[in-house]
Design a protein around this ligand. Structure first.
Ligand code: FE2
Ligand code: FE2
Length: 171
């Protein structure tokens, strides 16, 4: 999911508590359907800032990307909402997964307390995909939330779009 270098950079960035500017927030909203916008507004300030940066980079990498592609960049990590984990526990979760393995993380979801929250955090792609489907997001947007940590052979999202979304994501 994350290399130690990416994790460190994301960790430092997460300590900056502010979201994107008003102008950047308006730009993001213009690319989101009503249900998608409600979910994006619920994301933490650092997560909105991160996702806005990813979306702007996708906008530069692709020639006039469609609205649903920008929405996919804005919402790829929306599943992290359900875990309610702050920065320090996210780092602990990522390190725990490195030691225990992903399959174990899926078992943690059926546990309780902090262990369950860590499990939810580590399974955020599937959770985000479900949340977006329930919010009537575009199918490409929900598919990318589900697939953004998978190898490209397993994508249903068109490869050239998936590559731009992946390459624009700095975590
Ligand atoms: Fe993710
Ligand atoms: Fe990301």
């Amino acid at each position: 999911m994350s290399s130690p270098w990416h994790l460190t950079r994301r960790f430092v960035g997460s300590l900056w508590p502010f979201g994107p500017s008003t102008g950047d927030t308006l730009w993001a909203h213009e690319h989101l359907l009503a249900g998608e916008r409600t979910l994006w507004d619920r994301m933490s300030a650092p997560d909105r800032r991160h996702s806005h940066g990813v979306a702007r980079r996708v906008d530069q990498l692709l020639d006039q990307p469609s609205r649903e592609v920008i929405a996919a960049a804005l919402l790829h990590d929306v599943g992290k909402l359900e875990s309610g984990l702050g920065t320090f526990r996210r780092v602990a979760a990522t390190l725990s997964a490195a030691v225990a393995g992903r399959e174990t993380a899926e078992l943690w979801v059926r546990s309780s307390g902090v262990t369950r929250r860590i499990g939810l955090y580590l399974t955020h792609p599937a959770i985000g995909g479900d949340m977006l489907e329930m919010a009537d997001a575009d199918p490409l947007t929900s598919a990318w939330a589900r697939e953004h940590h998978l190898p490209e052979e397993q994508w249903t999202v068109p490869v050239e779009i998936g590559r731009a979304l992946r390459d624009a994501d700095d975590d």
